[in-house]
Design a protein around this ligand. Structure first.
Ligand code: AMP
Length: 214
């Protein structure tokens, strides 16, 4: 299975990708998670990405494409993969097509559809474990009172880019740069719409139904 989860930030792509990755034993490749790790480790990539991420902008296509190329060459990607947060521009989508060629082309692109108002609520109430990247939500899934993650004991924080101002900027960037990918994949006849504003369990069911029908 080689799939892309496409959609604005905060539409639940990460949550569903983690689950699907475990179910099918294929890696979830989140460029956001890879970049946050690089920032935390202070690598060259992390230094280049830090300020851009905090401002809600996009890291350069060149850096991201190189990072994804390297990741997809790892042996664990052979049986398939879920791309979460990549591609985010038409140029990244075109590079991915070239990288995979015909034989290993993406099979389907699931578009996570959620209204803008709901996205803003979800993102500004999101809290994230600084250790394992697990997400909590102050409204629907509050973190433990200790402020430490149930899964790994890491410290739970609000991502700097989940502040309301940065969320609005990220949504603007999404509309401008990422939304055109919907048409890009629609033309390739690979696009499927997922009603992602429903509760997590329902989205999961819809996802499984969709994937099993492909
Ligand atoms: P995410 O966790 O997917 O919301 O990504 C967090 C931030 O990482 C984004 O706001 C961008 O600054 C950066 N980022 C993640 N993926 C990409 C990508 N494919 N292209 C450019 N920047 C990215």
């Amino acid at each position: 299975m080689r799939v892309i989860f496409l959609g604005a930030p905060g539409t639940g792509k990460g949550t569903q990708a983690v689950w699907l990755s475990e179910k099918f034993a294929i890696p979830q490749i989140s460029t956001g998670d890879i970049l946050r790790k690089a920032v935390a480790e202070g690598t060259e990539l992390g230094k280049a990405a830090d300020a851009i991420m905090k401002s809600g902008g996009l890291v350069s296509d060149e850096l991201i494409v190189a990072l994804v190329r390297e990741r997809l060459e790892q042996p664990d990607c052979r049986p398939g993969f879920i791309l979460d947060g990549f591609p985010r521009t038409i140029a990244q989508g075109e590079s991915l097509d070239l990288m995979l060629g015909r034989e290993k082309a993406i099979q389907s692109v699931l578009f996570f559809e959620v209204s803008e108002a709901e996205i803003v609520t979800r993102l500004t109430s999101r809290r994230t474990c600084s250790g394992c990247a697990r997400n909590y939500n102050m409204i629907s899934d509050p973190p433990p009172a200790s402020g430490l993650c149930d899964s790994c004991g890491g410290r739970i924080i609000q991502r700097p880019d989940d502040s309301e101002e940065t969320v609005r900027k990220r949504l603007q960037v999404y509309e401008e740069k990422t939304a055109p990918l919907k048409e890009f994949y629609n033309e390739q006849k690979k696009l499927y719409i997922l009603r992602a504003e429903q509760p997590v369990e329902r989205v999961r069911e819809e996802l499984v139904t969709l994937l099993s029908g492909l």
